[in-house]
Each structure stands twice: as structure tokens, then as C-alpha cells.
Write a protein that binds this ligand. Structure first.
Ligand code: SF4
Ligand code: ZN
Length: 312
């Protein structure tokens, strides 16, 4: 197997592109895919301050690495969920990356510790409010990422969602015809109202397997194990189904998700109508002032229930 570009020995084959690359040409390919995503979706510019949500996994650490190497001003934010063992191991990976690559590029790591700020680890909190752990976790992470980006004056918040994540999410949304989610499923969500940070997904053109290869080839030390709470999740099932289709027919995930984005772009001027919709439905939470459709936002409601639950 020879590199498509320079004809030396290839280290990775990419069936969906009918190509193979050596390490330097593969790195160039990965960086180029991110640069194309940033440009075509108008995610951010060279002067913007970016806050990358890092979990310790390959995707978010690779994203932070790529943005720094492309010369962007990118800091990291890690949310420590307080999941015994797993959180300590993933936090260590993030801190080590920040100490080495981050420091070299003058990047900072912000840490939000759920145990300290919300008063209990994510499992305990979810029990107190009688919600599935992942649902409570989603509320906290969305809230804290947005709040950190807004409070620290970042221009944009970036997450490490890759092509596999987005294709699996699209499959779930289509299977259940969740039209409201479908409308918001894009790689770039505008800061539609005051108090909402712009959110982008610069890895949407890269597959999970390609990011794992990038992390290994560039010696990024990431946590390999999944969060223990992910076990049995629908997303893992959808990913598995899509992986089987991809083996039979390389390029399936890409044509499914990118095709959706194409149709979405042709069907409506999404950012404008979405921003208008948000402006009509969102207003500041009466407790924390972050934008919400209700009087009190879901985070504040959850925290009030947790407090009441712990007093019983
Ligand atoms: Fe949070 Fe669930 Fe994801 Fe774990 S699997 S990080 S608990 S949403
Ligand atoms: Zn609130």
C-alpha cells in the first residue's frame, strides 16, 4: 500500500476516499479536512478565541491539538463528572496534554468539577433528581460549557463530534422523526441570542477511525475506555449499524450526513431562521440569566430538585 500523495509506504488506508497515506501526508489530510470545515461553515477566524470542550478522549484531544497546530487561539475546558475511577483517569489525560502540547502553544485549561460546583458527582445528582445519568450529564455539560464560554469571553465553543457521531445522531433523529432536533443538527450553531455562545464541530468531516489513527500517530495519550454510563446507549447501537453498512459500502456515513447537510442548506437559510426562532422563544432564566424557553432554565430546575432531594 503506497501513499496516494508521495508514493512512500502508507500507514493508513481510507477506503471512503479510495486512498492511503503515509504519516506526514495523513496529518496534512486531517488538518486540511478541519481547515475546510472551518472555512466552509464560517466557524471562526484566526483572531477568534476558541474554547474546546475536552473529555480526555481521542476526538476532543485531537481537535485541540489540530487547532493549536493550525495556529488558532484555542483553550480547553474539562468537566470533571465525578465518576469513580473514570473521571480521575480522563482528567489526568487532559491535564497531561495541557501541560505538554497546551503549554507549548500558550493554551490554558479550565476545569469545572461537578462534585465541588454542583455539590455531588453526576450519578448521585441524577439519583437525587430521578433522571437517567446521561440526561442529567447533558444538562450540566451544555450549561457549564456555554456559561464558561460566555463568562470568559470566548468567541466560539468547539466540540470534538466527528462524522460517526453526527451520522449516528442523524440516524436517531430520522428514525424518530425528531424534526426540531433535525433542524438544529448542523456543524455550526450561531450565537442566536445574548448569553448563548456560538457552537461548532470542526471534526464533522473526519471519521472516528481516522481520528484514532491521528491520535496514535501523533502520540496523543487519550483515554481509550468509554464512559461507563454509555454502556447500552442507543448511540452505540446506531454507530454499530452504520459501521456495518460502511464495511459493505465505504462512504455510506459520509453520503448520509453530508447529503443531509447539502439538502438542509438548499432547503432553507438555516442560520437566519434558527436565530430568528431563538430570538422569539428565548429569554433570560429568572435565576441564572442564561437563555431558556421556560421561566427557569432546566439546569436551575434540576439543581433546585437536587437540593430538595438531599434535604429529604
Ligand atoms: Fe455523560 Fe452519559 Fe456521556 Fe458519560 S456517557 S459522559 S454520563 S452523557
Ligand atoms: Zn437558570
Amino acid at each position: 500500500m503506497k501513499c496516494k500523495k508521495c508514493k512512500t509506504k502508507a500507514v493508513i488506508g481510507l477506503p471512503r476516499h479510495n486512498a492511503a497515506f503515509c504519516k506526514p501526508c495523513f496529518n496534512e489530510f486531517v488538518h486540511d479536512q478541519v481547515a475546510r470545515a472551518v472555512k466552509s461553515e464560517r466557524m471562526f477566524g484566526p483572531k477568534d478565541r476558541i474554547l474546546v470542550a475536552v473529555s480526555g478522549g481521542k476526538d476532543s484531544l485531537a481537535l485541540w491539538d489540530i487547532l493549536l497546530k493550525l495556529g488558532y487561539r484555542a483553550d480547553g475546558l474539562y468537566v470533571d463528572l465525578g465518576i469513580a475511577g473514570y473521571s480521575a483517569r480522563s482528567r489526568e489525560k487532559v491535564e497531561r496534554f495541557a501541560e505538554t502540547t497546551g503549554k507549548r502553544h500558550q493554551a490554558t485549561l479550565l476545569i469545572h468539577t461537578v462534585q465541588e460546583e454542583e455539590g455531588a458527582g453526576i450519578r448521585e445528582l441524577a439519583d437525587l433528581v430521578n433522571r437517567p445519568t446521561c440526561s442529567a450529564c447533558g444538562t450540566i455539560k451544555r450549561y457549564q460549557f456555554n456559561r464558561a464560554a460566555v463568562d470568559h469571553d470566548y468567541d466560539v465553543m468547539a466540540t470534538g463530534h466527528n462524522l460517526d457521531d453526527e451520522a449516528a445522531r442523524l440516524l436517531g433523529n430520522v428514525l424518530h422523526w425528531q424534526e426540531e432536533y433535525l433542524e438544529k443538527q448542523g456543524p455550526s450553531l450561531p450565537a442566536s441570542v445574548e448569553g448563548f455562545a456560538k457552537k461548532v464541530k470542526p471534526l464533522y468531516r473526519l471519521a472516528e477511525r481516522e481520528l484514532a489513527a491521528y491520535a496514535v500517530l501523533n502520540r496523543i495519550d487519550y483515554i481509550v475506555e468509554e464512559c461507563p454510563m454509555a454502556k447500552g446507549s442507543k448511540m452505540l447501537l446506531y454507530k454499530d449499524v452504520l459501521n456495518r453498512l460502511e464495511i459493505e459500502s465505504p462512504g455510506t456515513k459520509q453520503s448520509f450526513y453530508w447529503g443531509f447537510l447539502d439538502k438542509q442548506a438548499k432547503a432553507q437559510p438555516a442560520p437566519v431562521s434558527m436565530a430568528e426562532k431563538d430570538q422569539a422563544t428565548l429569554h433570560p432564566c429568572s435565576l441564572c440569566h442564561q437563555p431558556t424557553t421556560a421561566e427557569i432554565c432546566s439546569y436551575c430546575r434540576m439543581m433546585a430538585r437536587a437540593k430538595a432531594g438531599s434535604l429529604r
